[in-house]
Ligand binder design. Structure first.
Ligand SMILES: Nc1ncnc2c1ncn2[C@@H]1O[C@H](COP(=O)(O)OP(=O)(O)OP(=O)(O)O)[C@@H](O)[C@H]1O
Ligand SMILES: [Mg+2]
Length: 497
């Protein structure tokens, strides 16, 4: 490349430089200027004094960088006036002397924006505030500590979960003390190992932490060691409180179990209903033909009595089948007026022939004038069945079961009392018996769902259920249900379960 082309390029480069760029003589005369000066045409300013052209002054500026460069014989810089509010950058004038031997032949003058210290600090502060904001708006607890365990960062969620204020944590808490027992050592060991997401990292690590008041909380931890030139300097951990998640998981498991139980009951019900239905026809045949024999043949007295017995037993079978069908009827939930005496009698009727009830005296004291209750009959059946079964189990098949019904005034409610003479309920567990999965029965014998189901059925019907007991002498369950509104004939809850 020849010299001229190079010079051309240099001139173009100066032209492309979008700033004031001039060559000025030691007498402040403009010798050359980049063509990028706003609106000023080169030819008009060459040979003129810079202070005149640029500031319309008759003398050199007081704060002139060329003057300083001239005095000190080295590059000089002076800040531009007027822009002091700009914290990020400070506009400055630069003057570079161009030497010819020992003499200064001219100066290059140009303007530039220098980043200011104030601006840098401000930027740093702003970015620190942003980072702090970021850490403090995290949903999870963020805790950072130095190598000795001194806490450096302790955000709001950490205060909430651990119970320490930020001040307390920063001044008097060691990170080792947020873990129970030797857990802190374990966490550090795993953090340094390769096993949980690589060396210096812990990913989705499940462990426990200890709060200020000693509560142990399950958490999920993501943590890292912070290195400076391969040296461990600090650790940072993001702790996610797992209590709510575990509670929901537990609830889900319980609901699944309950569903399973309900499904089991429902398929048993269907099976029973199917069997009952199939028995209906042969039972009809037995009754019909027994009656025919009775009517068409002149039988001797003994045979007549036997046929009577057959008819009675067949009738009893039909009654059982009818009640069973009623009990297992798969209907949509339908709230209708129902006789609670009938429902509790049905449950007794179906149970009294079971082996468990063979040595149990059943005493019925039912108010014949009991008004109907607004209820879903299938749920009433399940309700009484559960309470009566519990009573029989508590008596281990021997004792007295009393079922009493009565009308309670104001507001109109009926009360069904079911008492037994069984082991009774110890006072300390009485408040828990209606809880889901509470059972004192050995595994396989009870799931602890009977009374919780009874409780939700009674509550769904706007009623109340309570229990009283004298341990060793038995227990009594009181079921109160609102009397049906005479004008309300039935309403479909729309629920298919
Ligand atoms: N009549 C009663 N006498 C004494 N204890 C009772 C009586 N009824 C209930 N309990 C106590 O209440 C607990 C809970 O009863 P619940 O019917 O909910 O469950 P379960 O009978 O143990 O099991 P499941 O009914 O699911 O087979 C029983 O385990 C028992 O300790
Ligand atoms: Mg039970």
């Amino acid at each position: 490349m020849d010299k001229n082309t190079q010079n051309d390029y240099l001139l173009k480069a100066i032209g492309a430089f979008n700033r004031r760029f001039m060559v000025i003589s030691p007498e402040y005369k403009i010798l050359a200027s980049s063509s990028k000066l706003n609106g000023i045409i080169d030819s008009e300013i060459i040979g003129q004094h810079c202070y005149k052209v640029l500031y319309d002054r008759s003398l050199p500026c007081i704060n002139c960088s060329i003057k300083e460069a001239k005095n000190k014989r080295r590059p000089a810089l002076t800040p531009k006036h007027g822009n002091s509010l700009d914290l990020d950058e400070m506009p400055c004038y630069f003057a570079y002397p161009i030497f010819s031997g020992d003499d200064i032949e001219a100066f290059v003058s140009m303007d530039f924006d220098l980043p200011t210290r104030g601006g840098l600090e401000e930027k740093l502060n702003r970015s620190n505030a942003f980072l702090r904001n970021l850490i403090f708006s995290s949903v999870d607890c963020v805790i950072a500590a130095d190598k000795k365990g001194k806490i450096l960062i302790f955000n709001g969620p950490a205060s909430k979960v651990f119970g320490y204020t930020e001040d307390e944590a920063l001044n008097s808490l060691n990170v080792r003390n947020i873990y129970p027992g030797k857990q802190a050592v374990e966490v550090m060991r795993n953090l340094r190992s390769e096993e949980y997401g690589g060396k210096g990292k812990l990913k989705l690590y499940q462990t426990h932490v200890k709060t200020k008041n000693g509560e142990i909380i399950p958490i999920k931890l993501n943590a890292s060691i912070i290195y400076e030139k391969y040296r461990e300097v600090a650790t940072i951990g993001f702790f996610h409180d797992l209590r709510e998640q575990l509670r929901m998981k537990d609830e889900l498991e319980k609901t699944q179990l309950q569903l399973l139980q309900a499904e089991k009951m429902s398929s048993l019900g269907k099976l029973a209903a199917g069997v009952a239905h199939q028995l209906n026809n042969p039972l009809g045949g037995i009754t019909l033909f027994a009656k025919l024999i009775q009517e068409e043949y002149d039988l001797e007295e003994g045979a007549k009595q036997d046929l009577d017995r057959i008819l009675k037993d067949a009738q009893r079978c039909r009654d059982t089948v009818k009640e069973l069908l009623e009990f297992t009827r798969q209907t949509r939930h339908l709230m209708r007026p129902h006789d609670a005496n009938e429902a509790v009698s049905r449950a007794l009727f179906l149970l009294e022939n079971q082996a468990l009830f063979q040595n149990i005296d059943i005493v019925k004291d039912l108010d014949a004038l009991l008004p109907p209750v607004q209820a879903d009959i299938q749920q009433l059946n399940h309700l009484f069945m559960n309470i009566i079964l519990n009573a029989a189990q508590a008596m281990e098949g021997k004792g007295k079961l009393t079922v009493k019904s009565s009308l309670l005034p104001d507001p109109d409610r009926i009360c069904i009392e079911i008492s037994d003479t069984g082991v009774g309920i110890p006072e300390e567990i009485l408040p828990q018996i209606f809880e889901q999965f509470f059972t004192t029965k050995e595994e396989g014998k009870g799931t602890g769902l009977g009374l919780s189901l009874a409780y939700s059925i009674v509550k769904n019907h706007g009623g109340n259920i309570t229990a009283k007991s004298t341990p060793g002498q038995g227990a009594t369950f009181f079921i109160e249900l609102p009397v049906a509104d005479k004008n309300n004939q039935g309403e479909d809850s729309g629920d298919n379960t």
